[in-house]
Design a protein around this ligand. Structure first.
Ligand SMILES: [Zn+2]
Length: 142
C-alpha cells in the first residue's frame, strides 16, 4: 500500500535487499524502466509499521492488486491462506517458472493464492517476459 512516507535512506536499503525488483512478479526495475514502490507487507492500514522488517519492493501493478490484502483463497483447495511474504519466504519453495519463464506457477497454497490475487501471469507481464526471454534476461537466475 502506498501513501505512507518511507524515508529515502530506508527505501534505498530495501531496494538493495530486494535487488531492485518486485518481490512478487520478480520484474526488475532495469527491465521495466520503472522504479518499484515500497510495499508494507503488513499494510499500514492494519498496523504494519514503516520499518525495514515490514518493507519490500513491489511493482506498481502488483501493488495495486495486493492493496491491503494479507491473505487470499487458494484456487485449488479454496482454503484461505496468507500471501507470499517476499522478505521472509523463499520464492523457490512456493513458485516455479513454466514455459521457459513465461508463466509463474504456485506450487503451494500460498503460491497459488498469491499468483491468483496478484495476477502474476497478467497479459502485459507475459508480453514483457516474452521479450525478456528472447533477450536472455528472464527468468531470473536466482
Ligand atoms: Zn510485480
Amino acid at each position: 500500500m502506498s501513501g505512507v512516507y518511507v524515508p529515502k535512506a530506508l527505501r534505498r536499503e530495501v531496494a538493495t535487499q530486494a535487488r531492485h525488483r518486485c518481490g512478487y512478479c520478480l520484474s526488475a526495475e532495469e527491465l521495466t524502466g520503472i522504479p518499484c514502490d515500497v510495499d508494507h507487507i503488513t499494510p499500514a492500514s492494519v498496523g504494519g509499521q514503516t520499518i525495514e522488517e515490514n518493507l519490500w519492493l513491489v511493482c506498481s501493478p502488483c501493488n495495486q492488486r495486493k492493496s491491503d490484502r494479507t491473505s487470499a483463497s487458494d484456487p485449488l483447495t479454496r482454503k484461505w491462506v496468507r500471501l507470499f511474504n517476499p522478505r521472509n519466504d523463499d520464492w523457490t519453495e512456493h513458485f516455479v517458472w513454466a514455459a521457459d519463464g513465461l508463466l509463474m506457477v504456485g506450487t503451494t497454497a500460498i503460491g497459488r493464492a498469491t499468483v491468483a490475487v496478484l495476477q502474476l501471469n497478467r497479459e502485459m507481464l507475459m508480453n514483457a517476459r516474452r521479450r525478456w526471454i528472447q533477450g536472455g534476461w528472464h527468468p531470473p537466475k536466482s
